[in-house]
Design a protein around this ligand. Structure first.
Ligand code: ADP
Ligand code: AMP
Length: 214
């Protein structure tokens, strides 16, 4: 099963993608996590990506597409994957579509986790991220068992640099301008499914599994 998660930054794509990955035993692939891992390790790719991430802008398509295609070509992706944060532009979606079609395959679902802008800023300021395993928590809604520590891998949780209010506002603008057109793109391909992302995370997940198992 090949799934794309769509939605504004902070809509809950990563939270749901991880739950899908655990339930269906497929890899959770987040381009944001790949970039953050590279920033943490001080690689050339990380240094290049950081210039854009810190401003809340998108990393150029050419770089992002290369990273993503390398990742989905790995063996663990043979039975499917859930993409979180990719594609984010029409050209990215077109390249992915072309590559997948060429190998005689297809994306099964594009799931839009719908959350209005008013809710997003509050969600982002409370987000705490693990830069080691990519898990995310929320100080009020989804608190870790031990404050500041990742439930999944035991490492420290941080407020991401790009989750500050000014950067989040910019990221929302970038989302509406460059990423939202993907909703129409996948509607035309008849694979778009929308879930109400303002619900409790278990209810969002129930709505998603109902779609995947219908
Ligand atoms: P995205 O991957 O779309 O940027 P995340 O999955 O990281 O978003 O979620 C953003 C923040 O909102 C995180 O702090 C997360 O714990 C929290 N969150 C995710 N889903 C829900 C939900 N259904 N209700 C409340 N908070 C949520
Ligand atoms: P995320 O963790 O998905 O919120 O992504 C964090 C940041 O990484 C984004 O604000 C972008 O700067 C960059 N990024 C992640 N995925 C992409 C993508 N598909 N295209 C361009 N930039 C991306």
């Amino acid at each position: 099963m090949k799934i794309i998660m769509l939605g504004a930054p902070g809509a809950g794509k990563g939270t749901q993608a991880q739950m899908i990955a655990d339930q269906y035993k497929i890899p959770h692939i987040s381009t944001g996590d790949i970039f953050r891992e590279n920033v943490k390790n001080g690689t050339e790719l990380g240094m290049e990506a950081k210039k854009y991430m810190d401003k809340g802008e998108l990393v150029p398509d050419e770089l992002t597409v290369r990273i993503l295609l390398d990742r989905v070509a790995k063996d663990d992706c043979r039975n499917g994957y859930v993409l979180d944060g990719f594609p984010r532009t029409i050209p990215q979606a077109e390249v992915l579509d072309k590559e997948i079609t060429e190998i005689g395959d297809k994306i099964d679902y594009a799931i839009d986790v719908d959350v209005p802008d008013e809710n997003i800023i509050r969600r982002m300021s409370g987000r705490r991220a693990c830069l080691s395993c990519g898990s995310t928590f929320h100080v009020e809604h989804i608190p870790p068992k031990q404050e500041g520590i990742c439930d999944r891998c035991g490492k420290e949780l941080v407020l991401r640099d790009d989750d500050r209010e000014e950067t989040v506002k910019n990221r929302l603008g970038v989302y509406h301008e460059q990423t939202q057109p993907l909703i129409e793109f996948y509607t035309k391909k008849n694979i778009l499914k929308t879930v109400d992302g303002t619900q409790d995370m278990q209810d969002v997940f129930a709505a998603i599994t109902a779609i995947l198992e219908s």
